[in-house]
Design a protein around this ligand. Structure first.
Ligand SMILES: *Cc1c(COP(=O)(O)O)cnc(C)c1O
Length: 402
């Protein structure tokens, strides 16, 4: 999964370029920076590699989501439909702009269930935000059709699916806007960072200002620039962008390895009775950062997890159903709307109402799902050994259960 596993001289060289000049900020200081603009270069490389017209780097993926929402005009009272299986950042961003996260069920794609999305639409719905979890995609044709029919915005949280695609288009470039995270464990990393991608110039210009205190970036005197709207500081630094610039040059090397290792492990698990796999709407577009698989029941899944734990082979295998950060079941802080700042009482009530709904359809899927993170460091022999051990653990459990 993560690009940090392949740290190399390429990253060191790009960072060193910045250390040589000492200009760590992405804007200004034109005379001192010796022509080094790592953030600008990385934005151009993102547009080129992923196929979008505009890219705005940010200080994190969470900041990218918040920026995209602000630029799309999402705010007070708006409802955003988003899945119950995601990382907490998705709803953090929604709440930060004053909107209501309308949580809905997933299906065996492990992303938004289009039928559940349809049922959740109200006159206040402003956007649908699919989250392309664990390297693979939502059913985009179905979601695009719903957005067109109801005139809704489509914002892709593609933070976990760098390099994945749907029908030839990179995830994150299909909707009105899309985001990647470049935090330390993502497919390519900046250390910390993120990006908003869009094909709409006005959305990009808003992102550009919003991430830098509203600066309009016109002319070459920062102090004299004007501020058409209120922004924040969600800037990336040149040091972080330098790491990302090295990583994007290598991202296809990472993806190739990921796909190879994923395919070898999948072949082994496919030979185990009772194991099935996540439904992938466009299999050739899977980035393969995870292999997500199902067992027949919750009881068997928990027993297999326990068996793997006992054998010391659980590391790198995720049972999201019991994870504090990725699934609704353990989001008590959202269910009680436990924010530090006080919220508008109406927003607080709506957040709690949404988070306390019944998600038994998702429970029935997530309670049987295990995701294995695909390492870029595994050798073929290690994959064989890992696969064989997981297979033996499953067979041991199912032999007792049946
Ligand atoms: C990582 C991640 C984010 C946020 O990214 P940060 O860079 O860590 O802020 C958002 N959504 C999803 C689904 C993620 O996995």
């Amino acid at each position: 999964m993560p690009g940090f596993e392949r740290w190399s001289d390429t990253e060191r060289k790009e960072v060193n370029d910045v250390l040589q000049t000492g200009i760590l900020m992405r804007y200004g200081f034109d005379g001192l920076r010796n022509g080094i603009w790592k953030s600008k270069e990385l934005e151009a490389a993102i547009c080129q590699r992923f196929g979008c017209d505009y890219a705005q780097l940010t200080s994190s993926g969470t900041a990218a989501l918040t920026t995209a929402m602000a630029a799309l005009g999402i705010g007070y009272g708006d409802e955003i439909i988003t899945p119950v299986f995601t990382f907490v950042a998705s709803f953090e961003a929604i709440i930060s702009v004053g909107a209501v996260p309308v949580l809905v069920d997933i299906d065996e794609t492990l992303t938004l269930n289009p039928a559940a999305v349809r049922k959740a639409i109200t006159p206040k719905t402003k956007a649908i935000m699919p989250v392309h979890m664990c390297g693979s995609m939502a059913d985009m044709d179905a979601l695009i059709a719903i957005c067109e029919e109801h005139k809704l915005l489509l914002l892709e949280d593609a933070c976990q699916s760098i390099g994945a695609s749907y029908k030839g288009k990179s995830l994150g470039t299909i909707g009105d806007a899309g985001t990647f995270s470049f935090d330390f464990v993502k497919t390519m990393t900046c250390g910390e960072g993120g990006v908003v991608m869009t094909n709409q110039k006005d959305v990009y210009i808003k992102c550009d200002g919003y991430t830098d205190h509203g600066h309009d970036h016109k002319g070459n005197d920062r102090g004299a620039e004007t501020h058409p709207f209120i922004g924040y500081n969600f800037r990336i630094s040149e040091l972080h962008a330098a790491v990302g610039l090295a990583q994007i040059k290598r991202v296809d090397e990472f993806l190739k390895l990921q796909q190879k290792n994923h395919s070898q492990l999948k072949t082994i698990l496919a030979s185990v009775a009772g194991v099935s796999f996540r439904h992938i709407p466009d299999p050739v577009g899977d980035s393969c950062s995870f292999l997500s698989w199902f067992l027949p029941t919750e009881e068997i899944t928990i027993a297999v997890i326990n068996e793997m734990k006992e054998q010391g082979i659980l590391a790198g295998n995720f049972y999201w159903y019991q994870n504090n950060w990725h699934y609704i079941k353990k989001w008590e802080h959202l269910k009680t709307a436990a924010t530090l700042q006080s919220l508008h009482p109406e927003l607080k009530a709506r957040i709690m109402e949404q988070a306390n709904k019944n998600f038994q359809e998702s429970d029935a899927i997530m309670s049987r799902c295990i995701s294995t993170a695909i390492s870029l460091q595994w050798t073929e022999d290690q994959i064989q050994e890992k696969g064989d051990k997981i297979k033996a653990a499953i067979q041991k459990v199912t032999a007792i259960k049946f």
